[in-house]
Each structure stands twice: as C-alpha cells, then as structure tokens.
Design a protein around this ligand. Structure first.
Ligand SMILES: [Zn+2]
Length: 171
C-alpha cells in the first residue's frame, strides 16, 4: 500500500474482530504519515498499539511488511482455489459432463457454444482432485476418455443428492 496524502482520513485497523464483519477503527489518522506503521494509515492509538506489539515480539515492521505481502499472495491463491467447483451439466442428448472450473458462468457459456443447450445440474467445491475422483467413481459411465458420462441411475441419483445439498445450503 502506497498511500497518498489526503487519501485516507480514518484509521484502517479492524476492531471488534469477533464479529462476522469486523468494524474499521475510523478514528482520525496521525497527521505525520512517516509514523504510520508499514505505511498503513492509523490513528495515534493504533500506532502505539502496533509499536508496542512489534517491540514485544522484536519484530522489524519492515520485515513484517514483506511477510504480509507473502500472506496476501497465499490468501489470494487460497481464495482462487476456494472459488473452484466441480460441476455436473447435462447436454440435450442426456449426456452429463463432469468438469471443474474457476468460473461456472464462463465455462457454461463456452460449453453451450460448443455443445448447444446445457443444464447445470449441481456444483460442489473442488478442483482437479475432486474432478478426478468423480471420473474414477463413474468410470463405468464414462464415454471414452472424454469428460462426458452416460446418465445412469446411480449418477443421476448422486447428482440429485448434491442438488438437494445445494438447496439446503442456500436456504
Ligand atoms: Zn485506530
């Protein structure tokens, strides 16, 4: 973060962390920006808190800033992974595709351009590992080495259970 003068008027520290959505401190920031720990706009109270914390742990706040950047990168990757789903989509001929994607809407659009009308039956969280596990589970239904599967009773029953689960989560 490289704040510019006047960009922030209130402290960016989070308070009431036990709440689902913590509050932002919102006290006026210290006027001298050179005192903001790691360049984060903070109120005098939180600057003291941060300095005490760093002093107790013998933390160099500059080194801490580097570690925070790494944490952000790791968190971004985790969020990307968390957004991935394995989807079950049915083509007009009844065949069902089991694949994974980071964007269901983009993927459905691309598949519809290639395969025509497509019904999204269910999604579950997961990436390539979860996809592979399902491809193996429904190996008997699999059409060659494609990601398309015959709509057997056990596959449809499985998807139905997943779809019920989706609705329970959504309600
Ligand atoms: Zn504050």
């Amino acid at each position: 973060m490289i704040p510019r003068a006047g960009q922030y008027e209130t402290c960016v520290m989070l308070v009431n962390l036990q709440r689902a959505v913590p509050d932002v401190c919102e006290q006026d920031v210290a006027e001298d920006q050179s005192t903001w720990p790691m360049g984060h706009p903070m109120c005098p109270h939180h600057i003291r808190r941060m300095e005490d914390w760093a002093h107790r742990r013998h933390v160099d706040l500059t080194e801490q800033a580097r570690e925070q950047r790494i944490e952000v990168l790791v968190r971004e990757r985790e969020e990307r992974d968390a957004a991935r789903v394995v989807y079950f989509a049915r083509r007009a001929d009844g065949h069902i595709k089991i694949g994974f994607t980071g964007s269901v809407s983009d993927r459905m659009g691309a598949l519809r351009r290639e395969h025509g009308p497509l019904e999204l039956l269910a999604t579950i969280p997961g990436g390539p590992d979860v996809e592979r596990a399902h491809h193996e589970t429904f190996h008997a239904e699999r059409l060659g080495s494609s990601e398309w599967f015959l709509p057997s009773e056990r596959l449809l029953a499985y998807i139905e259970r997943l779809a019920d689960g989706d609705q329970e989560l959504a309600s």
